[in-house]
Design a protein around this ligand. Sequence first.
Ligand SMILES: NC(=O)C1=CN([C@@H]2O[C@H](COP(=O)(O)OP(=O)(O)OC[C@H]3O[C@@H](n4cnc5c(N)ncnc54)[C@H](O)[C@@H]3O)[C@@H](O)[C@H]2O)C=CC1
Ligand SMILES: O=C(O)CCC(=O)C(=O)O
Length: 411
Amino acid sequence: MHPSLSLEKSKIKILLLEGVDPSAVETLKNAGYTNVEYDKKAYDGQELLDKIENVHFLGIRSRTHLTREVLQHAKRLVGVGCFCIGTNQVDLDAAAELGIPVFNAPFSNTRSVAELVTGEYLQLLRDVPARNALLHRGGWKKAAKGCFEARGKTLGIIGYGHIGTQVGIIAESLGLNVVYYDIENKLSLGNAKQLASLDELFAAADIVTLHVPETELTHGMINADAFAKMKNGVFFVNASRGTVVEIDALCEALKSGKVSGAAVDVFPKEPAANGEEFVSPLREFDNVILTPHIGASTEEAQCNIGIEVAQKLALYSDNGSTLTAVNFPEVSLPAKREGVSRLLHVHKNVPGVMRQINEVFASKDINVAAQYLQTTGDVGYVVMDIHSETPEEIVPLLKQIPATLKCRILY
Ligand SMILES: NC(=O)C1=CN([C@@H]2O[C@H](COP(=O)(O)OP(=O)(O)OC[C@H]3O[C@@H](n4cnc5c(N)ncnc54)[C@H](O)[C@@H]3O)[C@@H](O)[C@H]2O)C=CC1
Ligand SMILES: O=C(O)CCC(=O)C(=O)O
């Protein structure tokens, strides 16, 4: 086998943006990837295009938007790591079509979000945000009115996934009743009760907390209509995505007293870096806890995420494994075998592609040692170990297959 086909690890350019945890850099370095650029900022526009032009792997958090145009511009990009749970900031279909798997950390920060949310609604129930603000201004208000125990109250969870279930079990241990609404049928933990509609949840909940992803369905899901259906004096928490709530409707609900207090961690528009001004009509409300998208920002969560996502990128780079990719067929692969070359082929999932690939090998008298294929709806990913002295001559032939999206030699 040609010894120099693999790009040396030190030449593989990795760019980590948005101040991902240093554990990511260390994990990559321990895996042999030394060419790692680390940056605390989130970029957009031309600056982002310039930054990612030559990188092979890109690590981001929630604020870097990888649209189709941005991804198309990054000609050398082979993998993206979202060092977070949400992947709505990436055009996942475009990435798949460009042969770029996207990885995330689906539950390394789950508990951190659940604990923040729990602490927040407990504070809201006791009117702590407004009293705290008052005392900072020299005021004093010792009164029980408008302050409640959590015990016996009903928590309504919208989106009963990883975070929603954790929020639910903590709530039950505090003596709350838990109801939830989810578009999927879910296994209820503890005594939590799944409700058939959002309206039922709004009617039942003393506290409403959101744990849905950003999708077309959840965009603007909490609007004036939704607030109108909630109980008078409800407490409201959003640590999901800013676009799920219409902020003007929340402001109106706060002004009218429909909502007694709120905690908001995520916003339709968030500053790109620390120090930039945070602009929001919610700033005027003392009874609103505002946090700068820190649901996931604990040392434990960030360290674990850094390791988890960096390991996924390194594994994909080392052997082509796409296990747990969020947009891509998942192929789990054995380590490199002696004497074979490994080719990666991403293609449109249409009939006949494997036949055409194998015809190429047959025409060159190449022995195929192993083929690992998986497909999702639109995309197929096949990893092939072949016996060939000159695998680089095969790649252009495989690229000529009309359904090919990407083809490269791994080693
Ligand atoms: N504030 C922060 O720092 C963080 C925010 N997040 C946000 O929280 C979201 C949820 O995270 P996980 O619980 O890990 O996700 P998950 O995927 O485990 O759970 C989401 C749940 O929402 C449900 N769902 C989807 N669309 C729905 C709809 N229209 N109505 C009702 N339910 C719906 C799904 O069926 C699923 O059960 C993430 O997508 C992310 O946007 C996640 C981590 C940190
Ligand atoms: O703090 C971050 O990196 C973003 C956290 C988040 O929203 C997520 O994990 O989806």
